[in-house]
Design a protein around this ligand. Structure first.
Ligand code: ADP
Ligand code: MG
Length: 281
């Protein structure tokens, strides 16, 4: 992580107790009905870092993300975002806090009846009283950031998978959030497009000093973009560390998790089908 970026932010934003911590999760427990899903998670996300939350299917990644977004209420424990307790502040305060949190949802979550530009302008319409021409300019600027300029008037149905992700990112950052959350940003994309999305995430961190939380099960992507990785397994954190630390760990369960991924790849049903078809050609 970039140390000088930290210092710059610490100077500009002195109002926080620890300016380097943007998200602080303490002893977080969540349930679905009677079933406990997260078993007491402790996690800190620092200013200007990309934190990747990684784990196999069903490990609790989405549950953790939804709790960090305030969409799911914890049974106990706390989530502090930019110094505020997300689950105990008033609705008005939470709405204000949410304006500093950008979210790029997995499927893009674009409105199909609105153009790309209109989709990206939505948060501005909702949260500001800027005039439309100003909102257009702001949305266009963000489209440039994600390399979508020129596509303002397309409808979501006309976009490729990678473009939908880019549009979702543009909408997520249109309010200049301090923290950006992304759910499976490279899932379902071909490797070249996926790696371009990874580059975009890194450029948002570097150019805008954004703190970024990425949920993914894609190991290659995690290793490429993470400043730190949080490995989740069955609702517990196995390890929080740098890429090198995760690679070097002799924790057997983490090694299994890393190895299991390659097995899953080989057993990917689409690949299996393609192999079969190729054999018949
Ligand atoms: P991941 O995102 O890592 O795949 P999830 O957070 O979606 O994992 O799920 C964690 C566990 O919680 C899983 O065992 C899943 O079956 C369960 N779960 C997820 N969502 C719900 C829900 N809405 N109701 C009940 N159980 C759920
Ligand atoms: Mg999930």
């Amino acid at each position: 992580m970039n140390q000088s970026a930290h210092q710059a932010h610490a100077y500009i934003r002195p109002q926080f107790v620890d300016p380097r911590t943007v998200v602080e999760v303490k002893k977080l427990v969540t349930h679905y009905g009677a079933r406990e899903i997260l078993h007491g998670i402790d996690l800190e996300i620092r200013e200007g870092e990309v934190m990747v939350i990684m784990g196999g299917s069903g490990s609790g990644k989405s549950t953790l993300l939804n709790t960090l977004l305030g969409l799911l209420h914890p049974t106990s424990g706390s989530v502090r975002i930019l110094g505020q307790d997300l689950h105990s502040i008033s609705d008005v305060q939470r709405t204000k806090l949410r304006q500093k949190m950008g979210v790029a949802f997995q499927g893009g979550a674009l409105f199909s009846s609105l153009s790309v530009l209109e989709n990206i302008m939505l948060p501005l319409r909702e949260h500001t009283r800027l005039d439309v021409s100003t909102m257009r300019i702001m949305a266009r600027l963000k489209m440039q950031v994600v390399n979508l300029d020129g596509f303002e008037n397309l409808m979501p149905a006309e976009l490729s998978g990678g473009m939908i992700k880019r549009a979702a990112f543009a909408r997520a950052i249109v309010m200049d959030p301090r923290v950006l959350f992304c759910d499976e940003p490279s899932a379902g994309l071909d490797p070249v497009v996926a790696s371009a999305i990874d580059d975009l995430i890194l450029s948002l961190r570097d150019a805008m000093g954004m703190s970024i939380v990425v949920v993914t099960h894609e190991l290659e992507s995690a290793f490429r973009i993470a400043d730190r990785i949080c490995v989740l397994d069955k609702g517990n954190i196995l390890l929080v560390g740098t890429v090198d630390e995760v690679r070097a760990t002799d924790n057997e369960r983490i090694q299994n998790l890393l190895n299991r991924r390659t097995e899953e790849k080989i057993l990917d049903p689409d690949q299996y089908l393609r192999n079969l078809t190729a054999a018949n050609d």
